[in-house]
Design a protein around this ligand. Structure first.
Ligand code: SAM
Length: 286
């Protein structure tokens, strides 16, 4: 069996600031269409009643931010913060078309002071799983909130409940040795159990912590047939990068297996698979 390197699949904040951020930007429309169903439960968990100062952590290319802008109460302000210059530039160009009190900042939220804080709400769709020092990062974010301010963060649940993401790894593993990811390293399944994140947030000072699961269906790329969904997975997921080093026979075999797997979940011409997201809410003491 072929062996592919490197030995980990972690994605650090530094990666996001450079290649990974650019890659996300290149796949933005398909990534955002894939993640779209998570916005409604996340925004609801953010409890946006009344005019609020809202910050979106790891705002990426701005898809969630556009929805927050439209759903926030009149008189609210919204700041998106992300470490990737490519993504913040994209987000900035998209919100420029909106009439709103909104701004985008390029910063590492692990250590930056709140750009225009304090905030009443911190919201994040999958932007809090890549910190180098999570305890320091969550303690820092605690200081971004006004007393009584609230958080709503979305992170992925366990891998077996997210086959839309794990199918690529399974297809690769049928063809070549693939290293086990370090469950504590920065990456999409870092808080899959929920309790690790709960403990970090509690130690940072957050109160009234609650984790609720959203379970639903994810349409890969927003509604792609199996072969196009496989192309999307190859170019969008970090595991796809590892395949760049594999020989063509192995890559073709992985692609065929992935297409077969996706075909089992094709509905109305689109690959639709189960997903599980932890939505974590909490507050700074009043
Ligand atoms: C999985 S993407 C999610 C992007 C966006 N929230 C979405 O759902 O489309 C993670 C985002 O978090 C950002 N990010 C990761 N670490 C960060 C940090 N330390 N400070 C600021 N942004 C960070 C990345 O640049 C990236 O845009």
């Amino acid at each position: 069996m072929n062996q592919i390197q490197p030995p980990t699949q972690s994605v650090s904040a530094e990666d996001w600031a450079h290649e990974r951020g650019q890659k996300w930007c290149d796949q933005l429309a398909a990534m955002e269409a894939t993640l779209d169903p998570v916005d409604a439960p996340l925004i609801e968990a953010g409890r946006l009643a009344g005019p609020l100062r809202i910050a979106e952590i790891g705002c990426g290319g701005g898809g969630t931010m556009l929805k927050l802008l439209r759903q926030a109460h009149p008189g609210s302000s919204l700041h998106g913060i992300d470490i990737s210059p490519a993504l913040t530039e994209m987000a900035r160009s998209r919100i420029a078309e909106e009439e709103s009190d909104a701004a985008i900042h390029t910063a590492n939220v692990e250590s930056a002071t709140a750009p225009d804080g304090p905030y009443d709400r911190l919201i994040s769709r999958f932007g809090i799983m890549f910190f180098d020092d999570p305890q320091a990062a969550f303690s820092n974010l605690y200081t971004w909130l006004s007393p009584g301010g609230r958080i709503a963060f979305a992170v992925w649940g366990p891998p077996p409940q997210n086959p839309w993401m794990t199918s690529l790894r399974e297809a690769v593993a049928q063809v070549m040795d693939v290293p086990e990811p370090d469950p504590d390293a920065p990456g999409p399944f870092r808080y899959a159990g929920g309790e690790k994140l709960y403990g970090l947030l509690q130690a940072a000072g957050f109160r009234d912590l609650e984790i609720r699961d959203w379970r639903g269906t994810i349409a890969l790329g927003g509604g792609l047939p199996p072969d196009h969904a496989a192309d999307f997975a190859f170019s969008a997921f970090s595991l796809g990068d590892l395949l760049a080093d594999a020989d063509e026979t192995a890559t073709t075999a992985v692609r065929e297996r992935l297409i077969q797997r996706y075909a089992q979940n094709e509905q109305d011409g689109a690959v639709q698979m189960d997903a599980c997201v932890h939505i974590v809410t909490g507050a700074r003491s009043a």
